[in-house]
Design a protein around this ligand. Structure first.
Ligand code: NAD
Length: 715
């Protein structure tokens, strides 16, 4: 029996219901067999009046088979290109059938799924939140090579198609309808096939209904082809602008732009061939391998609970207490209430607590204003948040998260004072960013129920949460904390306790290396420029200003007091620079009136001239590649040390955590995945060179040497 169920009705309409053997319909060997046979049969079918493509799965069609794409290696290009040609040839035959073909879209149709839809003459989608349409290949370092680039350009025009191709923008059916990507929406999934059939019957005598716009006589691309004066002007600046955005680190958007421009210039079949060549090039790039490995497979494992202990029923948090309604507490309250959890938001005064709740009110008002929420829904979410100055209201919480000032005595005091309010078996979470969880748990009578739940700022936007297990944290507590993070729709990574945990510790090395380069005499503008050139969102000095030099000083002081300083990297240069900047020049960072940069009132920023006097030495020349590698390798080495010392419990957590938590370059697929495609031995060798020249901190960790010796990739 075929995985494409073929059923012809009395009107001569064939419904092809795709029901592949995997969990989703995907473009793989099985698909190619089934689709080829289906099209053969359709072409032979007597009395055929029309065709409907539908799906028996929850998603309509998931797209390319990423296992297959990941396996394509250098040297396989010829076979891959042949496979693409043949897949696209079959799709071309679908759109050349002499009868109307309709896609009845009951679920997500992304990537290859939407490419299949584009080969249908008419597209009808169920107007439901579960249905998303688009071509997100670029987010995995690929391009839509099943005709997606070419058909989108022909359908929407170059300018309008570009964001869908280059940003991988996904849209809901209503928006897709407005954009002209689909033709109809229906209110229920059951209506899809009947509506599709009705459309076919209405159009059975209309020959044009069976012809794709790009195959119709006199077809013009909306907005003109690549040589139209308006587009030509737009295209002059576009590649340079794109290069500025990608910093030359991501080949996919650039290749997509090339193929899209070609699609607006060449005839369809030639353009399809150019597009195939584009995908064939991209599929073997390290960037694509990295992005597929981490953003798809790694992410699925992380969100799927690979780091969650098994044997515990999934737990739904009902009532969460949040101590401290400041910047973090108010964000955690919002994220929790949005997930339908009852929230008690407590601060030292009613006024402070109300102010914290006001944050949610403002965010919700914005949603209403943008039509993303009704007034009733807003009221319902706000109704879940109780702002209070009384511990009594915390009674019965199954989770309490403290987000009070970063002060160990204060944190210990509130643990002792409020822990008893927890319901039986309730969990105590600390949002500390620097204090060791094991140490904080000493103030608890139930250290097994004590865990770190480390959010990132701003909480409503940042998708990551770092869960930190103290020495005594139980698996049951971890499972509950994990479930809570998933409940509020964030991605949890799980790490063991260590100074700076995983994210702050690794990020700290980036700041540290920036400061070292400064102290060695490199130009601060060059340092920040090269930080961005490796793909970090912001240079190390600029981001240090944002985090604040004050905070670096405070953390160092606290650690000194606790007797734990000195374990967190070699910070001598850091201590010297930060002390000089703050102590002698009152430059504690952006929010302290300026730091490495000046921040004039007009919103601009420029290097503080005093910085050049202090550190810049014109005669110092550090090779650019060395500077870049130093800033990247420090972070990679630290991530590997975290893995080696069991701070990281999995490679996936390290990769996802570094990308989503500290803005590691996306092209690396995460700081550990980077080593896989850079080359294990090459990495060890380069570490050796850097160590020889710049210091022991660049020595490759033992775990990297072991992997290089055995040739085992990190996974
Ligand atoms: P904040 O200064 O904005 O807020 C702290 C709040 O705690 C204040 O509103 C204060 O009134 C309140 N508070 C003090 N004592 C209290 C008590 N006894 N009971 C209830 N409330 C009390 O600080 P923040 O930036 O929100 O940071 C809070 C915690 O989160 C800190 O531990 C910090 O290290 C951590 N953290 C901060 C960030 C960040 O980017 N700001 C990121 C991750 C974690």
């Amino acid at each position: 029996m075929s995985v494409f169920n073929y059923e012809k009705d009395a009107d001569g309409i064939v419904t092809v219901t795709m029901d592949m053997s995997g969990p989703v319909n995907a473009m793989n060997e099985e698909y190619r067999g089934a689709m080829g046979a289906t099209v053969d049969r359709l072409e032979q079918e007597q009395g055929l009046c029309g065709v409907v493509f539908s799906s028996a799965k929850k998603t309509f069609f998931a797209g390319g088979d990423l296992h297959e794409l990941l396996a394509v290696d250098k040297g396989d290009e010829g076979d891959f290109m042949d496979m693409l040609r043949s897949t696209k040839g079959v799709l071309r035959r679908v759109e050349k059938l002499p009868v109307p073909v309709v896609a009845a879209i009951n679920g997500a149709a992304l990537g290859g799924g939407f490419e299949l839809c584009l080969c249908c003459n008419h597209r009808i989608a169920w107007d439901n939140r579960a249905v998303q349409l688009g071509l997100p290949e670029v987010t995995l370092g690929l391009l839509p090579g099943g005709g997606g680039v070419v058909r989108m350009v022909n359908l929407l025009g170059l300018e309008k198609a570009m964001p869908y191709l280059i940003e991988g923008r996904k849209v809901a059916p209503a928006k897709a309808l407005a954009e002209g990507m689909i033709h109809q929406v229906v209110a229920s999934a059951e209506e899809l096939v009947p509506r599709a059939k009705a459309w076919i019957l209405e159009n059975k005598d209309n020959a044009a209904a069976a012809v794709q716009p790009w195959d119709s006589k006199g077809h013009r691309i909306p907005g003109g082809n690549a040589s139209s004066p308006k587009l030509a002007q737009l295209l002059m600046g576009a590649p340079a602008m794109l290069r500025q955005q990608t910093r030359g680190l991501l080949p996919a958007p650039e290749k997509i732009m090339d193929c899209a421009i070609e699609a607006a210039r060449l005839n369809l079949d030639v353009a399809l061939e150019v597009e195939s060549r584009g995908l064939t090039y991209l599929v073997t790039t390290p960037q694509a391998k990295n992005m597929i490995s981490t953003f798809f497979f790694g992410m699925n494992r992380v969100n799927g609970g690979a780091s969650r202990p098994s044997g515990f029923d999934k737990y739904q948090t009902q009532k969460v207490g949040i101590l401290g309604a400041g910047m973090m507490g108010q964000g955690i309250a919002y994220a929790s209430a949005m997930a339908g959890i009852e929230v008690v938001l407590k601060d030292i005064s009613q006024e402070a607590a109300d102010k914290g709740k006001g944050y949610s009110e403002a965010l919700l008002a914005k949603r209403v204003e943008r039509g993303r929420m009704s007034e009733e829904q807003k009221a319902a979410v706000l109704g879940l948040i109780l702002a209070t100055d009384s511990d009594k209201d915390l009674q019965g919480c199954d989770l309490i998260i403290e987000a009070v000032f970063e002060n160990i005595d204060l944190k210990n005091k509130i643990t002792a004072a409020t822990e008893a309010c927890l319901a039986e078996g309730g969990v105590w979470g600390s949002n500390t960013s620097t204090l060791p969880i094991t140490e904080l748990a000493q103030a608890s009578t139930q250290p097994k129920n004590f865990i770190g739940i480390h959010f990132f700022s701003p909480v409503d936007k940042m998708p990551l949460v770092e869960i930190i297990c103290g020495e005594q944290t139980s698996d049951a507590t971890l499972a509950r904390a994990f479930d809570y993070v998933r409940q509020i729709k964030k991605t949890p990574i799980v790490v063991n306790d260590s100074l700076g945990f995983f994210t702050s510790r690794t990020f700290g090395t980036y700041l540290d290396e920036g400061v070292r380069l400064l102290k060695e005499g490199a130009h601060p503008v060059q340092i920040d420029h090269l930080g961005r050139a490796i793909g970090m969102p912001v240079g190390p000095l600029a981001v240090h200003d944002e985090v604040s030099l004050e905070l670096t000083r405070k953390v160092a002081e606290t650690q000194l007091e606790m007797g734990v300083a000195g374990k967190w990297g070699e910070q001598d240069d850091m201590a010297e620079v930060v002390t000089t900047m703050i102590g002698q020049h009152q430059r504690g960072g952006r929010h302290h009136g300026g730091g490495f940069y000046d921040y004039p009132e007009d919103g601009s920023k420029a290097i503080w001239p005093g910085l050049l006097d202090l550190y810049y030495r014109e005669e110092v020349e550090i090779p650019q590649q060395d500077m870049q590698d130093r800033m990247l390798f420090r972070q990679v080495i630290e991530a590997l040390k975290c893995l080696e010392s069991n701070v990281l419990r999995s490679v996936d957590d390290g990769n996802i955590g570094s990308i989503m938590g500290i803005g590691a370059p996306v092209w690396t697929g995460g700081l550990i995945q980077f080593v896989n495609t850079y080359g294990l031995q090459r990495f060890v060798d380069r570490c050796g060179e850097l160590a020889g020249q710049y210091g022991e901190r660049f020595q490759a960790p033992e775990i990297a040497r072991e992997h290089a010796a055995s040739g085992t990739l990190f996974s």
